[in-house]
Design a protein around this ligand. Sequence first.
Ligand SMILES: Nc1ncnc2c1ncn2[C@@H]1O[C@H](COP(=O)(O)OP(=O)(O)OP(=O)(O)O)[C@@H](O)[C@H]1O
Ligand SMILES: [Mg+2]
Length: 318
Amino acid sequence: MAIENFESFGLDPILLSKQKEAMDKVKEIVIHHPSFLKIFQEIYKCHMLSQDSPKPECMCLLGDSGTGKSTVLEYYRDKFPRRQEMEGDIIPVLLVELPSGAKPKDVASKILLEMGDPFFDKGTEKSMKARIIHLAEKCDIKLLFLDEFQHVNDSENKRVKSNVADWIKGLVNEIKIPVVLSGIPSAESLFKTNIQLDTRFTNRQRFSPFSYDKYFRAFLKSVDERLPFPASSCLADPELSQKLYYASMGNLRVLMRTIEVATCEAVAANRDNVHENDLYVAFSQLDLSSRPHAVNPFNDDKFNFKVAMIEEGKKKKK
Ligand SMILES: Nc1ncnc2c1ncn2[C@@H]1O[C@H](COP(=O)(O)OP(=O)(O)OP(=O)(O)O)[C@@H](O)[C@H]1O
Ligand SMILES: [Mg+2]
């Protein structure tokens, strides 16, 4: 969709398209930080070690919201793109986001939809599973990612929960390809109640939020190098990196969102790089219910990380 000319509403279409272009570039940034590389390697090992194997290597990826689970899965999937051949679609790696509060049929239907089955919502639970197995072979699927695995836990109804877990276990048994389950840490509790699933997913990899250390600064340096500006924004500078850490608490979604919005501000000001004031404006635009007492660390020469944390903790207790 082209950006409309709404100049009479005070909107500048040329500036907006410049901002969109710059923001899109930031959204495309994927940094190969050490945990990202480790998870990528583990997935690749499952993928390769399972080729023509009677017992595929499965894996579970756990991490808090915003730590980068879906990013690594999408990145991996894109390394093995779908293609069309005379006989139909070839899907080397299939990524499916499990729907919320789903019953086995909803999960089956979502998988069929992603496989491109035009009758994705038709049939019984059993016939749908049979179609998934058939299509997995026809589309030459070699690896299946089931993201948002915690949604299996959503249902209050214990029977529904265990039905979905059992259905997934059955699928894993029959499909004969490696499956990667990915979700937030609370998803792990499902393994406690389903021993058969537990013992099939013993390889558990975890993504944690960053700590404030050399890896966080290296991440910022890599982001800075990829920003769509001619000059460095010095994000990894000792003072600025500490402020960026406080603003995000090492959560990549919050960090990158702050940098995306700051990029937009810098483009509007026609700058050669992101200034601290752009980060100030960006952070003031973020409403985080999880941190109602966080102060804006940017543009504050006296900002002290430890003091800010203590003050925030005190306000939280009140
Ligand atoms: N390796 C990375 N390089 C750059 N940015 C990243 C990276 N990983 C994550 N991000 C940023 O963090 C955001 C959130 O990541 P992602 O959606 O992968 O998190 P998630 O763990 O799947 O969260 P949720 O559990 O809420 O689905 C991404 O949109 C991106 O902006
Ligand atoms: Mg995700």
